[in-house]
Design a binder for this molecule. Structure first.
Ligand SMILES: NC(=O)c1ccc[n+]([C@@H]2O[C@H](COP(=O)([O-])OP(=O)(O)OC[C@H]3O[C@@H](n4cnc5c(N)ncnc54)[C@H](OP(=O)(O)O)[C@@H]3O)[C@@H](O)[C@H]2O)c1
Length: 310
């Protein structure tokens, strides 16, 4: 099959569009014929080798854990899916990914794709939407009536977080550059702050939850906007410093997204009900994976970047 792989860690130039062996699939796996794959910042982080100390990859490696496609074959113990089913998934980051014509994925990581979306949009959903959901509701326990500050509201995770938080009855404040404010309001943000035009934290206080998608200086300036006992849920690396959180009288939670087929099925239902919109910045052919990752690394995508495979 055709795939994009890297044989060594490095910048986007190490990505090669080439022939690769078909994935082996086990008795609990499905083999998916990939129609589209979502590009996430983590794809670039793994390719650069940022996590090689904790997640050593067997090289050459196929990146990409967001997949939309059709079931090609199922393992002996799989009963929930059959060949031809249109599915989507966030796949296991330890295994070869979806920048390829085929991927093997554990069946419990897979859900039927939303009926209302073509694969080039469905592939933009799993990792980002699962991250937003886990951060807001599992890790930060956001409740109706509370307030949440979503950093990078126009990013892949931020756009889902705004919609999920609003739907849950929270008051939603988001940061973004001015060109994205109208979109963020349409998707449910009550207040939008231009982080480039001044100190986003000026005038903010007693926020219940901060979703930290940026880290660094943005994280540092976020501690004081939280109410005493509030939560900073950090998806940006490195994990937040708990001693620092204690000094501010707040809680810090490092968020780690995991594949979750059942939750993805719930997300598909929300999409089909028109309650969750998917924003795609651009779609590129698989052979342009290096260009797609370079664009992701600029960190100004508005929603998701997608690779078209089939
Ligand atoms: N821990 C986990 O499990 C997990 C899961 C998913 C993602 N992540 C991490 O979370 C981060 C965000 O992921 P993503 O997919 O949402 O990224 P993304 O789609 O690449 O984010 C792009 C957005 O970031 C905005 N942005 C850039 N700098 C900003 C700043 N200083 N303040 C506010 N907004 C800013 C840009 O908005 P403008 O164009 O308006 O500037 C752009 O819309 C990444 O570091 C990713 O690796 C972690």
């Amino acid at each position: 099959m055709k795939a994009v792989r890297f044989h060594q860690y490095g910048d986007a130039e190490v990505l090669r569009f080439e022939d690769a062996p078909m994935p082996q699939f086990g008795e609990n796996d499905v083999l998916i014929r990939v129609h589209a794959s979502g590009v996430n910042p983590s794809d670039c982080q793994f390719r650069r080798g940022d996590y090689r100390a904790f997640v050593p990859l067997t090289l050459p490696f196929i990146p990409g854990w967001d997949v939309a496609g059709t079931i090609d074959a199922v393992g002996a113990k799989v009963t929930r899916f059959k060949p031809g089913d249109a599915v989507f998934a966030m796949a296991d980051m330890f295994r070869n990914g979806a920048y390829a014509q085929y991927i093997a994925v554990r069946a419990n990581e897979v859900a039927m794709a939303p009926n209302s979306l073509p694969p080039e949009q469905a592939a933009g959903v799993p990792l980002a939407a699962l991250t937003a959901w886990k951060a807001l509701f599992d890790d930060a326990a956001l409740k109706a009536g509370q307030s949440v500050l979503v950093h990078a509201g126009a990013g892949g995770v931020g756009l889902f977080a705004i919609q999920l938080a609003r739907r849950a009855g929270a008051r939603v404040i988001a940061t973004a550059s001015a060109a994205n404010h109208e979109l963020l309001r349409q998707l449910g943000a009550h207040q939008v702050i231009d982080y480039r035009a001044g100190d986003f934290a000026a005038g903010l206080k007693d926020i219940d939850v901060v979703l930290d998608t940026v880290g660094g200086e943005t994280r540092e300036r976020s501690w004081p906007v939280l109410r005493p006992g509030g939560t900073l849920a950090a998806i940006a690396m490195p994990p937040p410093d708990e001693a620092r959180a204690r000094r501010h009288g707040v809680r810090a939670v490092p968020v780690r997204v995991q594949p979750h087929g059942e939750r993805l099925a719930d997300i598909a239902r929300l999409i089909d009900a028109g309650e969750l919109k998917v924003m795609i910045d651009r779609v590129l052919p698989l052979a342009y994976a290096a260009a797609a990752q370079r664009y992701s690394e600029e960190r100004h995508a508005r929603g998701k970047i997608i690779l078209r495979i089939a």
